[in-house]
Write a protein that binds this ligand. Structure first.
Ligand SMILES: [Zn+2]
Length: 107
């Protein structure tokens, strides 16, 4: 994957995440039923949605960071040890800042 392809993929991913974020935002802005049996379910759903929202925000931040690394010609290199990130790994997670070894050691 060259940097142009990577940029395209990252931007597509980010667009998807932004769309999903707006959908979540819309769902969360629906007012809760005051005193119906639905309320508990709604509260539960909202918690799930907030989790997804957080996850999406983290992914978007990782994508922005990856786009910056492309500008710095540092894309595809592990930010921790500086070695090349495997092509397969980049293909699966194009915004990852770590090579597989460092990703494992961070867990
Ligand atoms: Zn590394």
């Amino acid at each position: 994957m060259n940097t142009q392809q990577a940029t395209e993929r990252l931007k597509t991913l980010k667009n998807d995440l932004q769309r999903r974020a707006s959908a979540i935002e819309a769902d969360l802005s629906v007012r809760l039923d005051r005193d119906s049996g639905e309320r508990a379910t709604q509260v539960e759903n909202n918690e799930v949605l907030r989790g997804l929202q957080l996850e999406g925000a983290e992914q978007m931040a990782a994508i922005d960071a990856a786009l910056l690394r492309i500008q710095d010609c540092a894309f595809g290199k592990c930010v921790k040890c500086g070695s090349e990130i495997g092509a397969e790994r980049l293909h699966a997670v194009p915004y990852t800042p770590f090579c597989i070894d460092c990703a494992r050691s961070l867990r």
